[in-house]
Unconditional design. Structure first.
Length: 399
């Protein structure tokens, strides 16, 4: 686990049983040093060293995205391509006028945030995308709105006032049949988040946010990917194609009696599948093991086995890998990043050590010491996982 231990701050099993998807939770001073996640200097470096196009990087005011030309200038390269270079003075002016700065998926740009996101993924067993928000005035960047996913917010610097109005539709979705009713005029709760504070907010909760406390604000929002019944049924429809009735053409030209017979056959297959007590477990395992999360190369190691260097550090690219017994009972199956490996049962301690270290790193030497497996065998297994994108080399001592 990450030193942040976000699951513990949110409440571990009690949070999952009583809070998740149900109500908000505010945890003051949960993170002692939020600057370990990101600092203003880190933000400046990201903006200066990445060519971030809207909407990945954007400014927003009153719920509208500002045109990029108001804070960038076009640059034509010698190969005649044009990109928009950030203009610091114009950026500062727009922020001083009340715009909010947003960087989407900052977890892909800044490793400490990526590790925190992977920690939440491992615990909640779903994908997480982290966005960064910076505000400098009391003007709201997005107005009163709701999100189609749950969020975990960490205030990094400054202060921000949150007004929470509650939901007006149960579990609204991005693709939905109806829009939620408007929120009430008065908020149900009003909170001021300060550095280190955490806030959990379920999807569908109307809220507004403003840096109205006379100081700037920098916060991170960890967006939690939804896993709904609609998604389960979509997957189930594909899974059931092994049955003839799912592959047959619909009897649109048949008699009413023949159509009724077909629908009854279809109902039996779907009902039987839904009565399987292991259905949700199978679906969740599929999501875990096919998620590609944060793939990264392992340069300079591009061919063959890793060198048997005990100081080389390894990280799984997914914190949701699954280990299960082989069907014949004489080995183990490791699934991650939409790949599968069948390994000898002697590899089990190695796989367990790797998964318990995620989202952190572990050295080849530590794997040898913890498992008693010779380093040549360890490097062979790790090399196979790297070829399937499930593991990566992390240079230096970065954890």
């Amino acid at each position: 686990m990450s030193p942040l231990n976000l699951a513990a701050h949110l409440g571990q099993d009690e949070f999952l049983a009583q809070v998740l998807h149900r109500r908000y939770r505010h945890i003051p001073a949960a993170i002692p040093n939020p600057g370990e996640l990101i600092t203003w200097d880190d933000v400046n470096t990201i903006l200066a060293t990445h060519r971030l196009e809207p909407p990945r990087f954007r400014l927003s005011a009153n719920g509208e995205m500002l045109p990029a030309h108001r804070y960038t200038a076009p640059v034509t390269t010698r190969r005649h391509t044009v990109w928009q270079r950030l203009h610091p003075t114009e950026l500062h002016d727009r922020l001083a006028e009340g715009a909010s700065l947003v960087i989407d998926a900052v977890d892909e740009l800044h490793p400490p945030i990526g590790r925190a996101a992977m920690e939440l993924e491992q615990w909640l067993r779903t994908g997480v995308q982290t966005n960064l928000y910076a505000s400098f005035t009391a003007r709201e960047g997005f107005g009163v709105h709701w999100d189609d996913h749950d969020v975990v917010v960490i205030q990094v610097d400054g202060a921000k006032r949150w007004k929470l109005y509650g939901p007006t539709r149960t579990a609204p979705m991005y693709k939905d049949t109806d829009e939620p009713e408007p929120p009430p005029e008065e908020p149900a709760a009003e909170l001021v988040l300060r550095p280190g504070d955490m806030l959990y907010l379920p999807r569908g909760w109307w809220h507004s946010v403003a840096a109205s406390e006379g100081e700037h604000s920098l916060h991170l929002t960890f967006g939690i990917q939804t896993t709904t019944g609609a998604q389960l049924l979509s997957w189930l429809a594909d899974d059931l194609r092994r049955h003839d009735v799912l592959r047959e053409d619909l009897p649109v030209h048949a008699t009413a009696a023949q159509q009724a017979t077909y629908l009854e056959r279809l109902r039996r297959e779907v009902t039987t599948a839904l009565e399987d007590p292991g259905l949700l477990g199978r679906y969740t395992a599929m999501r875990d093991t096919t998620d590609l999360t944060r793939l990264r190369p392992s340069l300079p190691h591009i061919t063959g086995l890793l060198p048997a260097d005990p100081d080389i550090r390894i990280r799984l690219t997914s914190s949701r890998a699954q280990i299960s017994p082989a069907p014949d009972g004489d080995g183990v199956i490791f699934r991650a990043c939409d790949n599968e490996w069948e390994l000898a049962k002697e590899a089990l301690p190695l796989l367990q050590r790797l998964t318990s270290a995620a989202p952190g790193t572990v050295s080849l030497g530590e794997l040898v010491a913890a498992t008693g497996i010779p380093i040549a065998d360890v490097t062979a297994v790790i090399s196979d996982l790297m070829n399937g994108q499930a593991a990566t080399v992390v240079q230096g001592n970065r954890r």
